[in-house]
Design a protein around this ligand. Structure first.
Ligand code: SAM
Length: 232
């Protein structure tokens, strides 16, 4: 049994909990390495490939694994996104703690590395909508999702797989259809937060010129979130 000494936050716990139990996982952009460590400790994975584009970041994960005497369960790879992973090499790919646009770019560039058997476990810091739209148009379906609140910030965590059908649900581009382990009160709070953010954006857009198309998009998003909030 692995005894964790560090205090690992609720966000990383939730990421590992939402991940299916797999033989091996790639933690892309691992930095501190807590996701890999917790995956082993919770017996969610047997082997971890820890990757990062930054050598000092990767070293943190390397040192952590060494501290716990777990080197034989790891492979460490320095490189950009999914470039350092082979197709079918891992059952799950975790990408978390980076912005949604960068995450989308990593997925787009590395999409040939993701097979029908791969589960993506994703938690962008922002612009979840960008990642979810990419998933939808690239032929993935969202399988499970949850919200966590850590240090007064909300995080979406969602898992996705290649769709076995050509029919997908466009409403998967927003949160809500596959929610697990998220208290209703937190979900309502999250929707209220999203609605108030969008309303602020709308007020700004209404002052701008030639923003009608964007205004219409934001109004649709507000209506969708209100609908979801009322359905909780
Ligand atoms: C804020 S940390 C997030 C660490 C951890 N995944 C988490 O959720 O807490 C972001 C990490 O992503 C790495 N990163 C940024 N762009 C990357 C890329 N294109 N490929 C791999 N790693 C990347 C950074 O070097 C950094 O270590």
């Amino acid at each position: 049994m692995i005894e964790i000494k560090e205090k690992i936050g609720i966000r990383i716990h939730a990421i590992v909990d939402l991940m299916p139990t797999v033989a091996n996982v790639a933690d892309v952009g691992c930095d501190h390495g807590f996701t890999g460590l917790l995956s082993l400790a919770k017996k969610k994975a047997i082997q971890v490939i820890a990757t990062d584009i930054s050598e000092p970041s990767l070293r943190k994960a390397y040192d952590l694994a060494g501290e716990y005497g777990l080197m034989s369960f790891y492979d460490f790879r320095l490189g950009d996104g999914l470039d350092v992973i082979d197709k079918d090499e891992v059952d799950a790919i975790v990408i978390s703690g980076i912005g949604g646009e960068l995450m989308r770019d990593i997925l787009e560039r590395g999409k040939n590395k993701i097979s029908n058997l791969t589960t993506l476990v994703l938690s962008p810091n922002n612009r979840e909508d960008v990642v979810r739209s990419w998933l939808y148009f690239a032929g993935f379906v969202v399988v499970s999702e949850r919200i966590v609140e850590e240090n007064d910030k909300f995080y979406q965590i969602f898992t996705a797989k290649v769709s076995s059908s050509s029919i997908r649900d466009i409403s998967d581009t927003a949160l809500g259809n596959h929610m697990v382990d998220t208290p209703e009160a937190l979900l309502k709070k999250y929707y209220d937060y999203k609605i108030s953010q969008l309303k602020e954006t709308l007020t700004e857009l209404e002052k701008a010129k030639d923003a009608q198309e964007k205004i219409d998009e934001v109004k649709i998003s507000i209506a969708m979130y209100e609908d979801k909030r009322n359905g909780v």
